[in-house]
Design a protein around this ligand. Structure first.
Ligand SMILES: [Zn+2]
Length: 420
């Protein structure tokens, strides 16, 4: 079985290299917008040009339309413009026609711009990256983790002044992997208070103190930014000090996201390596976001990261993933007698059943999910099973299947706070 993984690595380009990378990003945006323009300007009723045709037209006419492209350096970005039209624009068309997500729109210049190229235009050796359009080797924070796998593509982008390279690779999944607790079942209940509750009574909590520390600093910076934004005359101006503090805010947001990301990565790895069959609930995150009381908490925990991560990690570590139906009453069912408590409210953390047992909301839900995992493997094949990873479309080679293996260096929260 083949799996597509992505490794995000921090890179340290020098001034010349960052200028070249900025040019590469500009070229990617220019060619993409050219494609969108060509596609949109074709009158309705006539057949729209394919990405392949648009790429050919772009290469034939680019020097006339954009005379500044006549310098020798723009030739180096050929692979980037090609990728931008043939892969990225094609993906946008697929989103439009197949997934009904709306027509492709123009890209604006922003901080989150990226440039990508295929494996013919980049390579990575040790801690050095060669990228299309940059004549010298760029220093990276670490070596590529999947060194024996096939390189597919590379995307560079930045967050404030921090640059990242995201490398897609094709790897073979080792299907004969053993778990530290073989033949075991576990139910996983996700919550806003206790991030992860396992049915064996293990709790995994977000590093609250590290997050609170960063959040406190963020409030201070934002206040300072607001003060500096207003000049003595009361007009809004952006001084150099103001820009500096804005950059600090951006990096702090990035740090906070990294701490959360690190937590979800470590906990999903821990669960998928330990247990053979894992049962999780399919939360309606989008629906929950509509509730005012839950929205900010959902954003601060980033709970939506769990299931996509769990899916590909189960494939990688050879575990079975059972996803419970969205309406499976995991919290409301008493694990002792099976009675469903229909009146259970959202804020209630524990409840007493008719049978006399006191149920902790999260632990009870996790135990019910574990029971579901056990029963789902015994059900005959003509009963519709919950989705089991490995059979769903996650292994197709498309945008959705680009999994993520992110390496972030986080000073705090290296050890997961496990309370048993
Ligand atoms: Zn009961």
């Amino acid at each position: 079985m083949i799996q597509y993984l992505r490794h995000n690595i921090r890179i340290y380009p020098d001034r010349d290299q960052s200028n070249s990378l900025m040019q590469a990003i500009g070229m990617a945006r220019l060619s993409y917008n050219f494609a969108v323009d060509k596609w949109r300007s074709t009158p309705s009723g006539t057949s729209k040009p394919s990405p392949l045709n648009i790429d050919r037209i772009f290469n034939q006419t680019k020097r006339e339309i954009y005379p500044w492209l006549n310098d020798s350096k723009s030739v180096c970005f050929g692979k980037i413009t090609q990728y931008s039209i043939k892969t990225n624009f094609k993906a946008a068309l697929d989103n439009c026609y197949k997934r009904k997500l709306g027509a492709p729109t123009f890209k604006r210049k922003s901080q989150s711009d990226t440039a990508s190229c295929d494996n013919q235009a980049f390579y990575i050796v040790g801690k050095k990256l060669k990228f299309a359009g940059v004549s010298t080797l760029i220093r990276t924070a670490e070596e590529l983790r999947f060194s024996e796998s096939k390189l597919i593509s590379c995307t560079v982008g930045r967050n404030g002044k921090r640059w990242y390279a995201s490398i897609n690779v094709e790897t073979k999944v080792n299907e004969n992997q053993s778990h530290s607790k073989p033949d075991t079942f576990v139910g996983v209940d996700l919550g806003l208070k206790t991030a992860i509750q396992l049915s064996d009574d293990t709790q995994l909590l977000l590093p609250a103190s590290a997050l609170a520390k960063k959040a406190k600093r963020l409030v201070r910076y934002q206040r300072s930014f607001a003060r500096k934004l207003l000049s003595s005359r009361g007009e809004k101006t952006r001084s150099n000090r103001c820009k500096k503090i804005q950059e600090k805010i951006q990096h702090l947001h990035n740090d906070i996201a990294n701490i959360r990301h690190d937590f979800w990565h470590k906990s999903t790895t821990l669960i998928s390596r330990d247990f053979e069959t894992i049962c999780v609930e399919n939360l309606n995150i989008r629906g929950m976001q509509n509730l005012k009381t839950l929205r900010s908490k959902l954003q601060s925990t980033a709970i939506g990261k769990f299931l996509p991560m769990m899916r590909w990690k189960c494939v990688k570590n050879g575990s079975k993933l059972v996803i419970a139906d969205r309406y499976f009453p995991s919290s409301k069912t008493c694990n002792n007698c099976g009675t469903i408590n229909r009146n259970l409210k959202l804020g209630v953390s524990s409840w007493i059943c008719e049978c006399g047992s006191t149920n902790d909301r999260d632990l009870n839900a996790a135990k019910n999910l574990e029971d579901l995992a056990r029963s789902s493997t015994r059900i005959s094949t003509n009963v519709e099973l919950p989705m089991v990873c490995g059979e769903v479309k996650t292994l197709e080679r498309n945008i959705e299947s680009r999994y993520e293996e992110v390496s972030v260096k986080v000073k705090t929260g290296k050890k997961l706070p496990v309370l048993t």
